[in-house]
Design a protein around this ligand. Structure first.
Ligand code: SAH
Ligand code: F3S
Length: 452
């Protein structure tokens, strides 16, 4: 068909992964190539996020812009996927009638048919069902783009935290078969991928069926991914504290490729709020789990997500969150103002806390988190870090750019492009905000086993 595709992605890494797979799929089925500007495209796709109200509203603003494009070129086809599509279904087209195709996170593999209907018959097509198992079986082989790649291990979430839409928009937890995940990693590694980020809304709940009939957990998946030729670094995200057990802690000790970083969202440092959020654990449980990890790997950096201003959050609850932050010394964390989501139990809770108090709390928490992350960056000056080289530095072609295990970008003098995809030892010489500078300190630590 030779049509041109423009895809815009909002939201989490899972959406980024899904968008990459959509590109692979439409290239394989229709020979579509992506273009950098929406104005050049025949097919416009929006992969959406509904985790907070603001994210949801962005979708309709974007669709407003695209309406103008379609008026100029009526042949353009507009598709909306992701969590807003899943939540709204048909209703989305009532609010934005210029949308031709609506697909959910679990039906993106049906896009060729859905788009075919829209392109051929000029009739709209909507499919936001949850035929979980189908999706991965019907996607083509992934095409790598750089040395890092996301690989979905799990879809959906069955935790039903009282504030969260994910279980409704992405469906219940579903683990991809173990051997399929490993095969995808191997395909990516052959194309030069060195760092794999295993994805799931709740990835440490992974229970993948193996070809031999057994069931593997995330720790086992990590160990096997580490055995794939060329894989020099492994991360996984996002984890839930309840599923964070000793098997994973052992993997952090025994698997050298597993980065010394853990993103383990706690949301609040108050037991009362955690119970209202239905997180299924106490603050003490959380402390105990990361305590065990830090006993085994004292160098590990831990980041978290926080929700501020959950209904009924008092000053004392907020102080408890700040206390947990002080005591743990979290690195580069994310924090959000609570946003009531339609259909979630927390949306029914009364909240008497004035908006300005909630916003002040968020500011206090964000400022402290930033200070702590900056302190960690400063503390890295003078140390030698293992950097996975991702490419040339954006500003200076005589420099290479890579990432530390705790996810900081480092630029350092070296014009040897052949080092892209290798892990190097770099001494950190300077820390500015979240970008570090360094100089080569040693040789290559991990060379790629596969020719690139
Ligand atoms: N699976 C992850 C979370 C995925 S959503 C977990 O175990 O927690 C990413 C983050 O968005 C959450 O950690 C939470 O901090 C935030 N979030 C989710 N729903 C929200 C809401 N209704 N309002 C504000 N923040 C929210
Ligand atoms: Fe959402 Fe809680 Fe799952 S935050 S993604 S329901 S673990």
């Amino acid at each position: 068909m030779g049509r041109k595709l423009y895809i815009k992605t909002f939201g989490c890494q899972m959406n980024e992964y899904d968008s990459a797979r959509i590109v692979d799929l439409l290239r394989a089925t229709y020979g579509m190539e992506t273009v950098a500007e929406a104005e050049q495209a025949d097919v416009l796709l929006l992969n959406t996020c509904s985790i907070r109200e603001k994210a949801q509203e962005k979708v309709f603003t974007q669709l407003g812009f695209w309406k103008g494009l379609k008026e100029l070129r009526p042949g353009v086809v507009i598709g909306v996927g992701g969590c807003v599509a899943s939540q709204e279904g048909d209703a989305l087209r009532r609010r934005a009638p210029h949308v031709d195709v609506v697909f959910g996170p679990q039906t993106l593999h049906r896009l060729p048919e859905l788009l075919g209907t829209a392109l051929r018959d000029r009739t709209p097509a909507v499919d936001t069902s949850f035929p979980e198992i189908e999706k991965f079986d019907r996607l083509p082989e992934p095409r790598a783009d750089g040395v890092r790649a996301f690989v979905s291990a799990m879809e959906g979430c069955s935790k039903y935290c009282s504030f969260c839409v994910v279980p409704y928009t992405r469906g219940e937890e579903f683990s991809r078969p173990f051997d399929d995940v490993i095969a995808e990693v191997a395909i990516l590694a052959e194309q030069g991928v060195r760092e794999v980020i295993l994805l799931g809304q709740n990835v440490n709940a992974y229970r993948g069926v193996r070809n031999d009939g057994g069931v593997a957990d995330l720790a086992e998946l990590v160990r096997y991914v580490a055995e794939v030729d060329g894989i020099a670094r492994i991360r996984y995200t996002t984890s839930h504290p309840v599923e964070f057990g000793d098997a994973l802690i052992r993997a952090h000790v025994e698997v050298p490729q597993l980065a010394a970083h853990l993103h383990l969202p706690v949301q609040s440092g108050s037991d009362r709020i955690l119970a209202l959020m239905k997180r299924g654990h106490t603050v003490e449980d959380y402390r105990a789990r990361i305590g065990r990890l830090l006993d085994a790997r004292p160098d590990i950096s831990i980041s978290s997500d926080f929700i501020v201003g959950f209904p009924g959050e008092t000053d004392a609850d907020f102080r408890a969150t700040m206390d947990l932050i002080e005591e743990t010394g979290f690195d580069q964390s994310f924090s959000f103002l609570y946003s009531p989501r339609p259909g979630t139990p927390a949306a029914l809770l009364e909240d008497a806390t004035p908006q300005h108090v909630r916003e002040e709390r968020l500011q206090i928490l964000q400022r402290r988190n930033e200070e702590m992350a900056a302190q960690i960056s400063l503390g890295m000056v003078g140390t030698v870090q293992r950097i996975l080289v991702e490419g040339l530095s954006r500003r200076n072609p005589k420099q290479l750019c890579g990432r530390t295990e705790n996810n900081r970008v480092v630029n350092f003098e070296c014009a040897d492009r052949n080092l892209v995809g290798h892990i190097l030892e770099v001494e950190i010489t300077e820390a500015a905000h979240f970008t570090l500078r360094g100089r080569l300190a040693g040789g290559v630590v991990a060379a790629s086993a596969v020719s690139r």
